[in-house]
Design a binder for this molecule. Structure first.
Ligand code: SAM
Length: 281
């Protein structure tokens, strides 16, 4: 091997080591890519190749059936949302041992005491956001990255997503990247405070339940912006709300009972202590 080649090789290897050794950020604001950590196999699927070939996807028919039987049948109509649900490979967002159950109409564990939401709820909440081309949408509660991928798959919105658990945030970054959803911006931190430097947003979707409406998220909604959020006691049933910002008021629509994992972190605690308003059921 010639000298020039050896030098080039060392530069290349050095570059890789440098990239791999970047620290995992723990505080917001962070919107640079988060390196993927090494995790026990049962907590994440990415041990096996995720580079997905839709033409040989063994789960394709299950996914199409799931969309017809549990999403179309229950009234979701938006053709773009249905297309996204038919496309995103949900089985690659769950731990390997749950892959065969990925197209059932239920949430599944994703590790760290968290879940990937039921497919119908993902589709319904996405439709409720009434997204338009060019809209900027913020998700609180990245989890596996599935909801963010569904939003990105629409193909015409800018997606921002925040996850409080560093390991889940790092896994989601890696998974989204390997599946080609490279434009999704992922940040690790407390989503209660939103993403001030990217605000205002046309839409905000919250996939973990606080017991009151987080005021920073209301402030980061554009005029006419929509927020879909479960609100209610941790561990119990909550109410799914849609809020629409109109002038100085926020119109509230009660969409019925749901069950989500709680929104955690210091923000929700601080908001509670300050007596943040809770919409009436
Ligand atoms: N949307 C996710 C998906 O598609 O896989 C599922 C979300 S899971 C039901 C709720 C997520 O919210 C969990 O991953 C949890 O760690 C996260 N979470 C809880 N409190 C949070 C907070 N204050 N900020 C950001 N994420 C939070």
């Amino acid at each position: 091997m010639g000298r020039a080649w050896r030098e080039w090789l060392w530069l290349f290897v050095g570059g890789i080591i440098l990239i791999a050794c970047q620290p995992i950020p723990t505080q917001p604001p962070v919107s640079t890519p988060i390196p993927s950590p090494t995790l026990p196999e049962e907590q994440a699927s990415p041990a096996s190749p995720l580079l997905w070939d839709p033409t040989t996807d063994p789960y394709r028919q299950q996914r199409l059936d799931m969309v017809e039987k549990t999403i179309v049948a229950r009234g979701v109509k938006d053709p773009d949302v249905l297309r996204a649900m038919r496309t995103v490979p949900r089985h690659l967002f769950v731990p390997e041992r749950y892959r065969d159950r990925a197209y059932g109409d239920h949430p599944l564990p994703i590790g760290y005491g968290q879940t990937i939401s039921q497919p119908y709820i993902v589709a319904w909440m996405t439709e409720l956001l009434e997204l338009q081309p060019g809209d900027k949408v913020l998700e609180i509660g990245t989890g596996s990255g599935y909801q963010a991928a569904v939003l990105a798959e629409l193909g015409y919105v800018e997606v921002y997503t925040i996850e409080i658990i560093p390991e889940l945030a790092a896994q989601a970054v890696e998974r989204l990247r390997r599946l080609g959803y490279t434009d999704v911006r992922v940040r690790q931190g407390d989503g209660y405070y939103g993403w001030p430097d990217a605000a205002p947003f046309d839409a905000i979707i919250v996939t973990a339940a606080p017991d009151h409406l987080p005021q920073p998220l209301v402030q980061q909604l554009k005029e006419g912006g929509r927020m879909v959020i479960p609100i209610g006691p941790p561990g119990g049933y909550q109410t799914l709300w849609k809020f629409v910002k109109a002038g100085n008021t926020v119109k509230a629509y009660n969409l019925g009972g749901v069950r989500f994992v709680p929104l955690t972190g210091p923000g929700v605690q601080q908001g509670r202590e300050r007596g943040a308003p809770t919409p009436e059921r």
